[in-house]
Write a protein of this length. Structure first.
Length: 278
């Protein structure tokens, strides 16, 4: 029988499965338990700008919403933190403005000050990042093609390291992947300039949204109720993303694809997770 981890790591296009031996076998369940053990407000951050598409990508925001809605169903308060490029997307997907914070795109010093003020004001119990760019060890923010996206990326990573945290990624350059920085360097199929920002618990997946679903599936099994988005809800989210000008991260085109997967293929892991949870 397939596990949650088997399902979210299927059709691995970029070799992220190479990192599986360095994580607990049931890393989704372990991460879900960790989330449930931290009572209080959860900050969720997402949003990855695609240079060749001149917009953010479809991978990230839907997964953030899936996690956020699951946590809210369990009685937790959720605040979404992102930058000016992703803020309209989250709000367009139904997140109320009062539950969002726009992190400015500015220099490192001002970013650190903003993070300090934000953490003091919200006092979160937990930070979750899904498909959000981390700087490499040299401080440069890079996409999967190793292109510099620093000018389009708010330094939300400066919030990490002070509170319990979870990272979700699929390529090696996302916030949280710094936990396996040295291991990623050993695999040429992964990012040559990997993330330097670590986290306490890491979830890897072939598509970061799938990692978000995997986490929600684990939360569902632990809580005894199915918290996963329905196929219809997720379909609507992707089409809404397209309506908002969000692009496929692989091609930079505005179409209902996620990381190169057409909608029908993209939804297969969600269908399988529903079967597993039930």
């Amino acid at each position: 029988m397939k596990t949650i981890e088997d399902i979210i790591l299927q059709n691995d296009q970029r070799g992220v499965s190479s990192l599986r031996p360095f994580l607990p076998a049931d890393f989704c369940t372990e991460t879900a338990k960790y989330i449930l053990s931290n009572s209080g407000t959860t900050i969720i951050t997402t949003g990855f700008y695609i240079l060749y598409g001149k917009s953010v990508e479809t991978d990230g925001p839907p997964g953030a919403l899936a996690i956020g809605h699951a946590l809210q169903s369990l009685g937790k308060k959720v605040v979404y933190v992102t930058d000016k490029y992703s803020m309209p997307i989250l709000q367009g997907l139904g997140v109320h403005a009062s539950n969002t914070v726009e992190f400015p795109i500015t220099d490192k010093e001002e970013s650190v000050r903003f993070s300090e003020r934000l953490l003091e004001e919200i006092d979160p119990a937990l930070l979750i990042s899904i498909e959000r760019c981390s700087p490499s060890s040299d401080g440069i923010y890079r996409n999967m093609k190793s292109m510099d996206v620093s000018d389009y990326t708010a330094k939300i990573d400066t919030m990490f390291g002070y509170k319990p945290s979870v990272g979700i990624g699929d390529g090696g350059n996302e916030i949280g992947m710094g936990l396996l920085h040295e291991q990623i360097l050993k695999y040429p199929e992964l990012h040559p300039k990997p993330a330097y920002t670590a986290c306490d618990h890491l979830v890897i997946a072939s598509v970061s949204n799938w990692g978000g679903w995997g986490l929600v599936a684990a939360l569902s099994k632990l809580s005894g109720k199915n918290l996963l988005p329905t196929i219809e809800e997720e379909t609507d989210r992707i089409y809404k993303c397209v309506e908002l000008g969000v692009v496929d991260g692989f091609t930079g085109e505005v179409k209902p694809y996620v990381d190169g997967f057409p909608l029908k293929e993209y939804l297969i892991p969600l269908e399988q997770l529903h079967e597993l949870v039930v």
